[in-house]
Write a protein that binds this ligand. Structure first.
Ligand SMILES: [Zn+2]
Length: 118
């Protein structure tokens, strides 16, 4: 697995998990809604609505990840000087403010590389 494919996987994995759970919830809601009587239909419809809401959330997460990738491709955000991949958000750690690379996993400070994770 290359650093670039690892970066794409880390960016789109949350959206994929949310979409899978939303699709499962929506299908369960639809299958239970087809078998249920009219009295229980409101709660089963709520299950379907929750599933579709998760699908919408997954679409929003895909949009955010794609925007981050477009900004990275245009050079508007910082990238790793080791592998060139996108850096995650700044975090406060015992080393000060640092950012982890989404590709190689190395931790970068403002002054340079702190340590390699792999
Ligand atoms: Zn890197």
């Amino acid at each position: 697995m290359t650093y670039l494919s690892r970066m794409f996987f880390r960016l789109y994995a949350p959206a994929t998990c949310v979409a899978a759970s939303g699709a499962a919830l929506a299908s369960v809601g639809r299958s239970l809604g087809a078998d249920a009587a009219d009295a229980a239909e409101s709660t089963l419809t709520l299950t379907s609505v929750a599933g579709y809401a998760l699908l919408l959330l997954a679409a929003a997460l895909v949009g955010l990840a794609s925007l981050r990738l477009l900004r990275w491709k245009s050079g508007a955000v910082a990238s790793c000087f080791v592998c060139g991949c996108l850096l995650q958000a700044e975090r406060e750690s015992r080393h000060g403010i640092s950012r982890r690379c989404t590709g190689c996993g190395k931790i970068h400070a403002r002054s340079g590389l702190i340590r390699a994770m792999r």
